[in-house]
Design a protein around this ligand. Structure first.
Ligand code: ZN
Length: 709
């Protein structure tokens, strides 16, 4: 069986990322704790949407599992299964799958968008369902759901294996399953024509002449349009029951807000979730940006667009976190010095934002991150028209890094493993700080404004060709809409490249790693090593069939690795060998060349990357970037070695809160195991899963893939 034909499982060995916020939570007063509690409730209520954004079948399985583990305890079900002859290993396979399913908000890995299936056979999974009390209460309903989704739960070959356009051999539940790439783009084009943001929508194609746009909002309503001889029904009220609960909890938050900016922000959020109006969300983000250095930091809404093949529809997320004062001080200092540091970057100064609006940059400990996966750094908002005028915020999520250990390391020499283990937290901190603030935060887009004027000097010569400038962004265009699918990987690569490049400047290290001068070299080496090395191990996210990368950050790392290989001088060596009779390899990065070969190559690469981005040169830019993400014969061979030596994917554990009747809020912890993750996830959603079934039933037939269509 070739690699791509093998199914992906959540490895039963288990590798847990414990997002522990207890210490941070203990430092809060009761008002702040209540604020956290209600914001967290709102976040988890909204995160039910993530299941709908992942696959047709995910909401239905979420419903069944939530019901099963709410009616009966996990331990009780385990006892029953074992008494019916299940082995410990079978139980572990089952719980690994369920824990992974909940954590990823569905049955595709949030990191890489690849389908994973249960390792136990289908009959065994069905037996588990049949053994539960939930089943015995409503056997017909459960049987019906099982009939509707069991094929999808176990099918992993195209188009079921990956998320993307249906006509590219993938599936996407942002669109009814009969929609082609062209249909998806056409629907976006219509939305643009009536100035409706696609960010919080799903689309159904009822017939060749009739599309329906579902807009997430509490209030229902709608309007019918004609666009290029097609009928478009815009229907409000999608996910309305979830929105009702999101709004209810946000209203409670208002009582515990720390200041007027937070109150204003919450009111805009509520208006946004009531009406579906993205402008209200933009207003919430403006108030959020004004709320500088809050002790409790939050965000909620349709935020990142990675999951949508069109890159225009957001995945729902909501988070609650607490500021880490010590680390935040360093980041604030980086912000203060940003304008000076930016002058070290390699693109012409005309391509830089005239006035770097100093963002808030804090380090946070996450209490809740309700979404399919937790990042380690954030740069928000994603609205270019808001960031252009109001600025933005950066956050480092300090307790979400995960700690590497010897058991799961491979392809690195022992001395490198030690460096990665000893300095990973500091390397990650420098990486995230530079990536978010000076990576995503820099570089200007050349825009033609609504009034027909330009935000750049049209007479300046093209920085690469010396000729005239003929491309820019129209008022309605954004980076994402213009560069489309390549935009996420391209932008992550630019941000990572900036981070590597600037890590070679002492002024950055003095700010971020004070008092650690004796190990700066090791930490910077660790950073370069981890970033480029993840381009190699990340080959598992590359699909030779579609020749596409399933993950933007990994695609970015791979491109940077190729830049260093292209630079030559033997800076990168991949040594093929054998281990235990099987092909194996070792990765070498010559640390003595970071300041010479490496810095020069990355600097030159960034210059071009930024020029194409600033000028909106889609064709040239795409060609240039894709030149570095192509996987040649050698790397296809390395990919096989990576797949043969897999390490388990992380599965995250998040804890929760309990609020007593007298208004006290406590931190509730769960054990670091598959069982602990399942218990915590069932706890996150409390008893609110019936609405998931109701919403799923409304449109399910449109989203189910039919082979004959
Ligand atoms: Zn990024």
């Amino acid at each position: 069986m070739s690699e791509s034909e093998k199914p992906t499982y959540i490895d039963k060995i288990g590798r847990f990322l414990n997002i522990d916020g207890e210490k941070a939570f203990n430092g809060l007063d009761n008002k702040e704790r209540n604020y956290c509690y209600y914001f967290s409730r709102a976040s988890w209520e909204g995160a039910k949407i993530c299941y709908f954004q992942r696959s047709y079948e995910a909401p239905a399985l979420f419903y069944m599992l939530s019901k099963i583990f709410t009616i009966q305890s996990l331990d009780e079900i385990k006892t029953i299964c074992l008494s019916k002859g299940w082995s410990d290993e079978e139980w572990r396979m089952l719980t690994a799958y369920i824990a992974g399913f909940f954590q990823n908000c569905g049955n595709y890995l949030s990191f890489g968008d690849k389908k994973f299936i249960p390792e136990i056979p289908k009959e065994k999974f069905l037996e588990f369902i049949h053994l539960t009390e939930a089943y015995s209460l409503e056997p017909e309903k459960f049987d019906k759901i099982w009939n509707d989704i069991n094929l999808e739960l176990y099918e992993y070959k195209a188009p079921y294996g990956e998320l993307g356009y249906t006509d590219k051999g993938c599936l996407s539940s942002y669109y009814s399953s009969n929609m082609t790439q062209e249909d998806c783009k056409f629907a976006d084009e219509f939305m643009q024509s009536i100035d409706l943001s696609p960010l919080n929508t799903r689309v159904i194609k009822h017939s060749p002449d009739h599309y329906e746009i579902l807009v997430c909002s509490y209030k229902s309503g709608g309007k019918v349009y004609n666009y290029k001889d097609k009928k478009f029904s815009v229907v409000y009220g999608d996910f309305s029951p979830f929105m009702y609960k999101v709004i209810t909890n946000l209203k409670e938050c208002i009582k515990y807000a720390a200041n007027e900016n937070q109150v204003e922000m919450l009111k805009h959020y509520i208006r946004h979730f009531e009406t579906g109006d993205i402008n209200a969300h933009k207003d919430s983000q403006r108030a959020w940006i004004r709320d500088k250095n809050p002790i409790v930091e939050t965000c909620i809404g349709f935020i990142e667009v990675y999951l949508d093949p069109n890159r225009t529809k957001g995945e729902f997320e909501g988070f609650v976190s607490v500021v880490d004062k010590e680390q935040s001080k360093k980041l604030a200092k980086l912000v203060d010095n940003a304008e000076k540091i930016i002058t070290n970057l390699t693109w012409p100064k005309e391509l830089e934002i005239e006035k770097f609006s100093k963002p808030d940059f804090t380090s946070l400990d996450v209490l809740t991150f309700a979404c399919s996966g937790t990042p380690i750094g954030i740069n928000l908002p994603n609205y270019e028209d808001v960031t252009r005028n109001d600025g933005f915020k950066n956050v480092n999520l300090g307790n979400c890094y995960g700690t590497p250990n010897k058991q799961f390391s491979r392809f690195l020499r022992d001395e490198d493993v030690d460096i990665v283990i000893n300095y990973s937290h500091e390397s990650d901190f420098v990486m995230v700080a530079l990536h978010e603030l000076l990576g995503h935060g820099t570089g200007k887009l050349f825009v033609k404004k609504e009034d027909g004027t330009f935000n750049f000097n049209k007479d300046m010569p093209h920085p690469l060709t010396g000729g005239p400038i003929t491309t820019w962004y129209e008022p309605t265009e954004t980076w994402g809409s213009k560069f489309g699918k390549v935009s996420s990987g391209y932008e992550e690569c630019r941000a990572d490249g900036v981070a590597l490049y600037l890590s070679t400047f002492e002024e950055c290290l003095e700010i971020l790693l004070p008092g650690r001068k004796e190990v700066w070299d090791d930490i910077v080496y660790g950073m370069w090593l981890q970033t480029t090395f993840s381009g190699l191990t990340g080959l598992k996210y590359y699909s030779p069939e579609t020749q596409e990368w399933g993950q933007a950050h990994v695609c970015a790392s791979f491109a940077l690795l190729q830049v260093l290989i292209e630079a030559g001088n033997g800076m990168i060596k991949i040594e093929e060998t054998t281990k235990d009779g099987k092909p194996y390899m070792y990765y070498h990065l010559d640390r003595t060349q970071i300041h010479t070969t490496g810095k020069k190559a990355i600097g030159e690469f960034l210059r071009k990357l930024q020029i194409y981005k600033s000028l909106g040169e889609v064709e040239e830019g795409t060609k240039f970037f894709e030149g570095y993400t192509k996987v040649n014969e050698d790397f296809l061979r390395y990919r096989t070695i990576v797949l043969e030596n897999k390490t388990p994917d992380w599965v995250e554990l998040q804890h929760d809160f309990k609020r007593t009747d007298d208004g006290n809020v406590e931190y509730v912890k769960f054990e670091e195991s598959f069982e602990g993750i399942i218990k915590s996830q069932v706890y996150h959603y409390r008893d609110t899963f019936e609405d998931v079934y109701a919403v799923w039933s409304l449109y399910k037939d449109h989203f189910k893939y039919k082979a004959s269509q």
